[in-house]
Design a protein around this ligand. Structure first.
Ligand code: FAD
Length: 560
């Protein structure tokens, strides 16, 4: 059987651990570890655990689970109200989904839940059916579950044609066709783009090809990295202390391996949480025996004649004997296949409206092309309508459901994507969760708990209002902060702070954009200089620009 837990929703009540201890366990006080593919014999216990979960965070294949975040009743009502608007499409339309992962699968399932009966084709460049990525740097690396045990549960039958192991290489918006690497073309009436992110590779190609140099994004990466650490390397080098790098460091230390983490910024997690909270994470790493080096970069990697990694050279002049180097350098949006399509696709992903409808290069919203998940970039009313680019599990699910819903509804029945961003990570036995957009903040203050005991909540402020919060083993409180973010409550918070070791609001310490550090998992992209690429495409009287020409005209100019 297959199980997945929405860990953004999980608040660590532990009912599942109590009811199905063979499947669920706690790592520290709050972080949940679980088996995504437990034995069928566990079904009754797992179903009991799913029923007992106070926040309904467990999704179990075969149990007719309602779509994650969207209200099904609402869906039914809306459907009844406006289905008449596009009956033909609902019955016999053609939907193509590009990207066969979390957003692609959940979007396809939602389409069927919404009553779409037409043809559904899911195209994915990986040879595998959709699987879950968060366990790759957690349970899989720890050896608790195999990499091929991460398949996502199917919440309903989607009756799709799967084109796995085949990349989409182009999109012809005029002809409404997706072009495939094998030369075939797939026609569509409506398209869902869910091509996500890939790992940013180690920049030197020869060094990146050394055995032992690896990223952690795909199922194959997860399987290979597990093999490498299980072989007992002399030392594991982690390059980049974002969430993925820090989680890998945590697991390697729990396996008893010597670990060096090299981070260009001045603390782990600094890009996502700023240096004040980053310094707390640094303490956590060092307490667990990580050789953490901040403000330092890896300048080169050396191999032996057999092409195996042997050494790493650092910018502080030191040389490390290492057999494994995990390049945890952030992600690159998979948008290259959209070049020339006329869509507004760039370094931060494909721009879309709050209903997940893609924009073209002129900023016009398209009717039939939708975007969801890590590759999407959408404006958020709570954050000044800035475009947010998120690499969050819960966001991929929510956007996929909203995109699918809006695909089959006329204007009055459409849903906006208004959810407050949420992210979780578990490392060194601590459950770290965030809500809102901490990386937008100018100030931070610890509002509850104690930094010393590593159990606290910190609130983030931007121009006098609360815009984010992070908890270390205090997840229960985050809903309260979510409400404050939605209300645009004042910062520093107006309520008396409990604990917080007497800390006052202080600059949050986010690095300047020019400092090369790991990416935050939620980025406000409206002011990003490289995004100032949108150029007005002058409409000629005699002919309007073709999408291809518009795209070329809007390319950024080379500097100098
Ligand atoms: C190691 C790791 C740990 C993580 N941990 C957490 C966590 O703790 N908490 C959290 O909130 N999030 C976490 N995430 C992020 C979360 O997994 C992502 O937000 C989620 O996977 C996004 O889903 P997606 O479907 O949008 O994109 P992806 O999962 O990136 O899937 C996109 C798919 O599209 C495919 N594709 C790309 N280009 C093409 C093409 N041209 N043609 C066909 N197919 C294509 C890709 O190969 C991929 O299969 C983690 C991610 C990783 C890698």
């Amino acid at each position: 059987m297959r199980v997945v837990v929405d860990l953004a929703r999980c608040q660590g009540y532990g009912q599942c651990v109590f009811l199905a201890p063979e499947v669920f366990s706690m790592d520290g006080e709050e972080a949940l570890f679980y088996d995504l593919g437990p034995d069928e014999a566990q079904r009754t216990k797992v179903l009991r655990a799913a029923a007992a979960c106070p926040v309904q965070a467990l999704q179990v294949e075969g149990k007719d689970v309602e779509p994650g975040r969207a209200s099904h009743d609402e869906a039914r009502e809306d459907r009844a109200a406006d289905r008449g608007s596009d009956r033909v499409f609902l019955r016999s339309g053609r939907v193509v989904v590009v990207g066969a992962s979390l957003a692609g699968l959940r979007g396809a399932e939602m389409l069927r839940a919404e009553g779409f009966e037409g043809s559904l084709t899911v195209i994915g460049d990986e040879p595998y059916e959709p699987y879950d990525r968060p366990p790759l740097s957690k349970q899989v690396l720890a050896g608790r579950i195999p990499a091929d045990g991460t398949a996502l549960p199917r919440l309903r039958d989607i009756a799709a044609t799967w084109r796995l192991g085949t990349a989409a290489t182009g999109l012809d918006m005029m002809a409404k066709r997706v072009l495939l690497a094998d030369g075939q073309e797939v026609p569509f009436d409506r398209l869902l783009i869910a091509t996500g992110v890939r790992a940013r590779p180690w920049p030197d190609e020869d060094e990146a090809a050394l055995e032992g140099v690896i990223s952690v994004r795909t199922r194959d990466d997860g399987a290979r990295l597990r093999e490498l650490v299980a072989a007992g390397p002399r030392r594991v080098l982690i390059i980049g202390a974002g969430f993925a790098g820090s989680e890998a460091a945590s697991v390697c230390r729990s396996l008893g391996l010597p670990v060096t983490v090299v981070e260009a910024g001045d603390a782990p997690l600094v890009g996502a949480l700023g240096s004040v909270v980053g310094r707390i994470a640094a303490g956590l790493q060092r307490e667990h025996g990580v050789d953490l080096r901040c403000g330092v970069t890896v300048t080169s990697l050396d191999g032996d004649p057999a092409g195996r990694l042997r050494r790493a050279h650092l910018s502080d002049g030191s040389v490390l004997d290492v057999d494994v180097a995990v390049a945890a350098l952030g992600g690159i949006r998979n948008v290259e296949w959209l070049r020339g399509s006329g869509l507004a696709a760039g370094v931060w992903g494909v721009a879309c409206d709050a209903g997940c409808r893609a924009f073209d290069v002129n900023g016009l919203v398209t009717d039939d092309v939708f975007v969801a998940g890590d590759v999407a970039r959408a404006p958020h009313p709570l954050f000044g309508y800035e475009f947010l680019a998120l690499e969050h599990w819960g966001n991929a699910v929510a956007e996929a459901e909203i995109a699918a819903h809006n695909m089959v509804h006329a204007e009055t029945g459409r849903w906006p994507h208004l959810a407050v961003p949420e992210f979780w990570s578990s490392q060194f036995g601590v459950n770290i969760k965030s809500v809102g957009v901490p990386s937008l903040a100018d100030e931070v203050v610890v509002t509850q708990g104690s930094v010393e005991s590593r159990r606290f909540v910190a609130a983030y402020g931007f121009q006098g209002r609360i815009i984010g919060a992070v908890s270390f083993d205090h997840a229960l409180w985050l809903d309260f902060y979510k409400d404050l973010i939605e209300e645009a409550a004042p910062f520093p918070p107006a309520f008396p702070m409990v604990g917080g070791d007497g800390m006052r609001a202080t600059p949050a310490g986010f690095p300047a954009p020019s400092v090369p550090t790991h990416d935050a998992t939620v980025v406000v992209t409206g002011h990003e200089p490289s995004e100032r690429r949108a150029a007005y495409v002058r409409q000629r009287r005699d002919a309007s620009p073709t999408p291809l020409r518009a795209f070329r005209q809007a390319q950024p100019r080379k500097p100098g």
